[in-house]
Structure formats: structure tokens, C-alpha cells
Design a protein around this ligand. Sequence first.
Ligand code: COA
Length: 307
Amino acid sequence: MAPTPYVQPVSKSTAVFKDDIFKGKVLFCTGGGSGICKGMTEAVMRHGANATIVGRKFDRLTAAAKELESLTGQVCLPVQADVRKPESIREAVRQTIEKFGRIDFVINGAAGNFLAPIDGLSENAFRTVIEIDLFGSYHTIKATLPYVRESKGAYINVSTTIQYHGTAYQAHVSAAKAGIDALNRVVAVEEGPRGVRSNVLAPGPISGTEGMERLTATDENGQLLVPHEPAPSGRMGTVEDCGSFTVFLFSEVASYASGGIFVLDGAHENIRNQMVPYPEAVLDAEGFKKKLAQAQEKIDAKAKSKL
Ligand code: COA
């Protein structure tokens, strides 16, 4: 009989780090109103930082900020802004400086995703994801850099692992995230001599997130069209895993970590299959789209109602 595989325990807390390591520090996080980036913000706030969270929907941001404040006892400023618009990010930075007087850490997390083959991607669809992910990161770096230089702070750019291999239905995201990986290295090299660090956090599948929902091909009954392969670590990633890694990367113990791309996926990318049935979904994109349609529509409607 084959032995039962070992399952890595879930990282449930950041208690291995001292409570006050980020006391007096300020985090600026795009996409911080939900999902992975909200969890990353919570983890940093739990160690004493105040934070600004930036997103498109003010109601969702305000609710998230209140929740983060009550969970951590720190101050969280919600600022409505679209990372695609440099002036709105500059305004979010201005409000952060007015409120907190400094920025030490930046998380570039705002992202957009959906499953579509190149054939089914309009120019606007491709541009939209490049603008949110890549231009959004660039705009945020530009707007925050003077303050991050002053505090000798650090960036975490949230990327993915899908661009490491050709992933069908992910041309837009693969191109955007590969750009972010490259941008990260240049920031690390140009800003390192000024005391600024920049790293990429590249999570694999993280349970319970909108990204996971969008990238899981299901039919109208919610049935998986491609079975999930379990990661070698024996479990899915969690938002808490991303939070713990964020605390590590922003902390002084990671002071030599810069220009890095840190994959957080329990070795999943090494054994990952395509995200859609392959090659059926590329040979008959129309047929596959029909299978996907209702599930995708529900996800889009849910996302739109949150905007
Ligand atoms: N397949 C093909 N094209 C799609 C699509 C899909 N599933 N979803 C959107 N598009 C296209 C639209 O048709 C539009 O192109 P068009 O003008 O040529 O018709 C273009 O993408 C922009 O869509 P729109 O809905 O106008 O953009 P938006 O700014 O309102 O939303 C998205 C941006 C599309 C990225 C949306 O999915 C979103 O807001 N996502 C945020 C949340 C998210 O993705 N989280 C997961 C992060 S991993």
C-alpha cells in the first residue's frame, strides 16, 4: 500500500514574529479591500503598522478598513482610486501622507483576471488587464517612490506562477505578470543603492479568493472541468500563508532579499496541468465558452456588484 502523503500544516498566525516589529510604519496597498491583499495588509497591521488600502469600490473598502482596524487595533485609511489612472493614485498617496506622514511599505496587488483565449480577447480586454496589473504597478511605484526612498522601505509586487509556462486562456495575465516580474528586478537594482528593496510574491492557487474562482473552469452546475491536482505540499495555499510571507519580506530579517521572485505554492507549479481542458478548449473555443459561460457570467455579476 502506498504511504499517505504528508500534508503541510496551514500557517495560521504570524506569532513567530514580534508584535511590534512594524510599529510606526505605514503600508500602502492597492487591491487591499479583499482577498489576498487584504490578508497581507491584516498581517502587517497585526505587527503595528497603519495602512492605506486602495480600490475601486468605496463601500467595500470602508467595510474592509473597519474590519482591519478592529482585528488589529491599528488605523486603516480606505481610499477610492483606480490604479489605471495615475492621478488617482497620486491623490491616494497625497491622502496617505496627509494622514500618516510617511510610507514604508507598498503592496502592488490590484489585478484583473478572466479565462479567455487570444482569439476571444479584444484589444480592449488585453489592454484592460495590462493596464490594471502592469501599468497599475508602475503608477503606484512612481507615486510612492519619493516616500519609500525617504523611509528606506520596501515593495512587494504580487505576481503569479502561470507565466512560467504557456498557459492557455491566460495570454493577457501572463504578459502582464511577466512584465511585473521584470519591473520588480529593475526597481530592486535602481533603488537598492538608496536603501529600497523590491520583491515579487508569486502565490499559486489560494483557496477562497476571487482569483481562484475566476481561474477555475466550471460548468453551469459548478462542476470542475479540469480536476485540481493537489500541490506536493498536500494542500491549497491560504490567505494566511500570503500574510505570513509578507511579514517576513517586509521585516528586517529579509534585509538581504531584494530583486527576488518568491513562489508560494507548495511546489504546485512544477506539476500543474493546464487550467482548461486541453487541447479541446483551444480547438473548440466557442463550444468551451458555452460550457463556461454561465459560471463566468455569475462571477462577473458578483464582481460588478462589488464595484
Ligand atoms: N472574456 C473575454 N473578454 C472579457 C471577459 C471575458 N471573460 N471579461 C471582460 N472582457 C473584456 C470586455 O468585453 C471588455 O472588452 P470590450 O470592450 O472589447 O468588450 C474588456 O474586457 C474590459 O472589460 P470591462 O468589464 O469593461 O472592464 P472593467 O474595468 O469593468 O473590469 C476586468 C475589469 C475585466 C478585469 C474584470 O474582470 C474585473 O474587474 N476584475 C477585477 C477582479 C479580479 O479579476 N480579480 C481577480 C484577480 S486575480
